[in-house]
Design a protein around this ligand. Structure first.
Ligand code: PGA
Length: 250
């Protein structure tokens, strides 16, 4: 009942020309799948990406948004601006934003509500650092991020939401959580959401992220609570991203 969703987070990569090239290569490779396919370019390449993806199975997301709609907020980009470009999704609270740009559970929550207000599908990232995992605090950290970052939703919003569990130590390091570890934390996230919002949490899609590759996607997707992946490095190459999207055909 939960449609798998695989999203590529391009991070600070790709000019408009590169974005167009990548989507043009990707389009025929991901045409026939039941998976929801999303790519998230930097703001500057969103328009070109939407254009190149028109009429395909590929949707476009942003990597962040600001919580106010308009105003004197130099450098920020708002929900209405993303909608205007044809974005359908937006990543919120990626660990790089938390680590380098001071995002907190409180700012994540404001951004979440802004995204929903404008009909964008939020992909909210949570996950522990290596020090937190080694101190046995994984579940405490994730529980706090979910309770604080995802609070205040009303019925109908919980099922729209996508959560990405991304252990910080697995991002860009080549070190993936085992499928069993990822399943354990993701089931815990679902349980935390259920305690907050009831049975609607069964419909929330929860992705795994952190060094997802064609080699490990099948085992990850075989876990009962893992509904997709948020892919960084491997999404920059059309062949490897397509192989991830087409994990069912292996
Ligand atoms: P990675 O990044 O796949 O390169 O580890 C994942 C992410 O940051 O979303």
């Amino acid at each position: 009942m939960r449609r798998p969703i695989i999203a590529g987070n391009w991070k600070m990569h790709n000019t408009t020309e590169k974005a167009r090239e990548l989507v043009t290569l990707l389009r025929p490779l991901v045409g026939t799948t039941g998976v929801e396919v999303v790519v998230c370019p930097p703001f500057t390449a969103i328009a070109a990406t939407v254009n190149a993806a028109a009429g395909s199975n590929i949707s476009v997301g942003a990597q962040d948004l600001f919580w106010e709609d308009w105003g004197a907020y130099t450098g920020e980009v708002s929900g209405p601006m993303l909608k205007d470009l044809g974005c359908r999704y937006v990543i919120i609270g990626h660990s790089e934003r938390r680590q380098y740009f001071g995002e907190t559970d409180a700012t994540v929550n404001k951004k979440l509500h802004a995204a929903l207000r404008h009909g964008l599908v939020p992909i909210v990232c949570v996950g522990e650092t290596l020090a937190e995992r080694e101190a046995g605090k994984t579940l405490d950290v994730v529980r706090r991020q979910v309770r604080e970052g995802l609070k205040g939703l009303v019925p109908g919003q919980v099922e729209t939401l996508v959560v990405a569990y991304e252990p910080v130590w697995a991002i860009g390091t080549g070190r993936t959580a085992t499928a069993a570890d990822a399943q354990e934390v993701i089931a815990f996230i679902r349980e935390t959401l259920r305690a907050m919002y009831g049975e609607e949490a069964k419909a929330t899609r929860i992705q795994y992220g952190g060094s997802v590759k064609p080699e490990n996607i099948t085992e990850l997707m075989a876990q009962p609570d893992i509904d997709g992946a948020l892919v960084g490095g491997a999404s920059l190459d059309a062949i490897s991203f397509a192989a991830i999207v087409n994990y069912q055909q292996k």
